[in-house]
Ligand binder design. Structure first.
Ligand SMILES: [Zn+2]
Length: 361
């Protein structure tokens, strides 16, 4: 099995789910605060003067979320690292696996700390979003001419559901695009878990006394990686003799290649151990674009389910409303579509079975 940054992809769902749940809880938290006393006269004024309480609730929630992230990432990245060890293979790999992870605990810890730092940069923005949605819903509902109790419930449910649809922004990139916290966590995990996976493979090759690897030839390759395709690279800096790499092109060290862009995030290239005299030239393409397309489809269906769950959580605190009925119907439809897709393509095997449950509010 090849060792590749793509080996981190299947771990991305774990954090995507955790942050998906977090977005849902946060929206519910805001909706609960807004729904309390919604039938009372002077609701809007009271809610505005109560913004401190909302802020305190959101702060407490984000603190718990940070603890959860800190507590769960080591295991996840150790799993990604082990998958890299397994992918590099060799005799006795299953026995070696436990030991090799133990000796590289420090490396895995560093990846975990890096990923925790990345996803936690979203937390300040999460707090801001909570307060922003709270204020905007109050303004929205107060600005409408509503008569009767049911209408105000309906207006508030509609407004919160609409914000829930947009998701909770965690990051704005250089091009001004909003990344929702779940999508951002998914991308960050994919990148870091991919690096951990690579490191597991590298360490395993070296444990076996190998110092050379060969880079795959991927279809539709990224231009950054094209110069390195099919080249033989050194893991240690030790240069092979011409005889050792006869018929192959030696391209320098893996570290140099990576500094020049090889194995960038989302890279579809992979490496395999190179055995002088045994590894034949002309590597066949190893990437599977079909598998990738299916995985992307599944992620899109999962995102749609998460969006619907947020909307239901947004409308629920306002009791029986037409908005809630609509949101629930859409959620059922989307869950059925996801179930059907998973049953048809049996994609579950491609996803880490780990699941981090967010503590309830
Ligand atoms: Zn690439």
């Amino acid at each position: 099995m090849p060792v590749s940054p793509d080996g981190g992809a299947r771990f991305a769902k774990v954090l995507a789910d955790l942050y998906g749940d977090a977005a849902q809880h946060l929206i519910a938290l805001v909706a609960d605060r807004l729904a309390a006393g919604i039938t009372d006269p002077g609701w809007a004024e009271r809610k505005l003067s109560d913004v401190l309480r909302l802020r305190r609730d959101a702060q407490r929630f984000v603190t718990r979320l940070a603890d959860q992230v800190d507590a769960s990432l080591y295991e996840l990245l150790a799993e990604a690292y082990s998958a890299g060890v397994l992918a590099a293979g060799g005799p006795g790999v299953t026995e070696a696996q436990a030991g090799i992870v133990a000796t590289n605990r420090g490396a895995v810890q560093a990846y975990a700390a890096e990923l925790a730092g990345t996803v936690q940069t979203t937390h300040t923005r999460i707090l801001r979003t909570a307060e922003d949605v709270y204020r905007r819903v109050i303004a929205d509902v107060a600005g409408q001419v509503v008569t009767g109790v049911q209408t105000r419930r309906e207006a508030a449910a509609r407004a919160v559901s609409r914000f829930a649809q947009q998701g909770v922004t965690g990051y704005v990139d250089a091009k001004g695009r909003n990344w929702s916290i779940d999508t951002y966590a998914e991308m960050a995990t994919r990148t870091t878990a991919g690096q951990a996976h690579l490191q597991g493979g590298i360490d395993r090759y070296q444990q076996q006394g190998r110092y050379l690897v060969v880079i795959s030839d991927a279809p539709e390759e990224c231009s950054l990686c094209r110069p390195w395709e099919r080249t033989v690279l050194s893991l240690t800096g030790r240069e092979p003799t011409p005889g050792e790499v006869e018929g192959h092109r030696y391209g320098g060290t893996l570290a140099q290649a990576r500094a020049a862009g090889l194995f960038h995030p989302q890279c579809r290239h992979s490496m395999a151990g190179f055995i002088p005299g045994l590894t034949r030239p002309a590597g066949r393409p190893t990437a599977e674009p079909e598998g990738d397309a299916l995985r992307q489809r599944q992620r899109a269906l999962e995102r749609a389910v998460r969006e619907s769950k947020r909307r239901v959580a947004a409308a629920e605190p306002f009791g029986d409303t037409a908005q809630l009925a609509r949101d629930r119907a859409l959620l059922r439809k989307r869950q059925a579509a996801l179930r059907e897709f998973v049953a048809e393509h049996d994609r579950k095997a491609d996803v880490s079975r780990r699941r981090v449950n967010l503590v309830s509010r």
